[in-house]
Design a protein around this ligand. Structure first.
Ligand code: HEC
Ligand code: HEC
Length: 164
C-alpha cells in the first residue's frame, strides 16, 4: 500500500515537472514568434514585400506603423507610395495587428524595427562586419539569418548566419 502511494505521488511529481517544462519552453519561444496574421490583405504582399520581406505587424507598435504609413512617398530613400484606398486598408490592418506587448511597444526611432532598443539588445552579439556581408547587407534583411522570418519565426533554433 505504502509503496503504491509513493509510486503515484512520484508519478504526479513527474507529470507536474513535465508540464512545468512545457510551460517554460513555450513561454521562452513565444518572444521569438511573431506570426503573420492569417488575414493579411493581398495589398500588403503586393505593396510591401517587393523591396524587402513583408514584415510581420507584431514587430512594431501602432504608432510606429502609423508613422511608417504616413511617409510612404519618402520611404528610406525611395517612393513606396500607394493609392489612398490601399493606404487605409494596409494601415488599418497593421494597426490592428501591431504589438501590444510592453517589451516591443516603443515608438521606433527612424521608423525602423532595427533601431528599437529590443532589436539592438537581441542582436548585440552580431558583430558590425557581419551585418555588412554580401548576402546580408542590412539588419533589415531579417531573412538572411532567420530562415523562417517570412513566417514570423525568429527563434534561436531557426537562425543561420551566412558566412559570406
Ligand atoms: C520601392 C521599395 C520599397 C517598397 C515598395 C516598400 N519599402 Fe519598406 N523599405 C524600403 C527600403 C529601401 C528600406 C530600408 C532597408 C534597409 O535599410 O536595408 C525599407 C525599410 C522598411 C522598414 C524598416 C526596416 C528596418 O530597418 O527596421 C519598414 C518597417 C518598412 N520598410 C515597411 C514598409 C511597408 C509597410 C511598405 C508597404 C506600404 C513598404 N515598406 C514598401 C523599400 C521599400
Ligand atoms: C546577421 C543575422 C541577423 C539578421 C539580419 C537579423 N537577425 Fe535577428 N537575431 C540574430 C541573432 C544571432 C539573434 C540572437 C539569437 C539568440 O541569441 O537568441 C537574433 C535574435 C532575434 C530575435 C530574438 C529571438 C529570441 O528568441 O528571443 C528576434 C525577435 C529577431 N532576432 C528579429 C529579427 C528581425 C525582425 C530582423 C529583421 C528586421 C532580424 N532579426 C535580423 C541574427 C540576425
Amino acid at each position: 500500500m505504502a509503496n503504491d502511494c509513493e509510486m503515484s505521488s512520484m508519478k504526479i511529481k513527474k507529470t507536474i515537472l513535465i508540464f512545468a517544462t512545457l510551460l517554460l519552453t513555450s513561454s521562452g519561444t513565444f518572444a521569438a514568434k511573431m506570426a503573420m496574421p492569417v488575414d493579411v490583405p493581398a495589398s500588403y504582399e503586393t505593396e510591401c514585400a517587393s523591396c524587402h520581406m513583408a514584415y510581420p505587424p507584431a514587430l512594431l507598435s501602432e504608432q510606429s506603423w502609423k508613422n511608417v504609413m504616413s511617409g510612404l512617398s519618402k520611404h528610406f530613400g525611395t517612393d513606396a507610395g500607394v493609392d489612398a484606398k490601399t493606404q487605409i486598408e494596409i494601415t488599418n490592418w497593421l494597426v490592428k495587428n501591431a504589438t501590444t506587448r510592453q517589451k516591443y511597444i516603443e515608438t521606433a526611432p527612424e521608423n525602423r524595427i532595427t533601431k528599437t532598443s529590443w532589436f539592438i539588445r537581441k542582436h548585440d552579439e552580431v558583430k558590425p562586419d557581419v551585418w555588412k556581408r554580401a548576402s546580408i547587407k542590412s539588419p533589415a534583411n531579417c531573412g538572411a539569418c532567420h530562415i523562417d522570418a517570412a513566417k514570423g519565426i525568429f527563434s534561436e533554433s531557426k537562425i543561420k548566419i551566412p558566412l559570406k
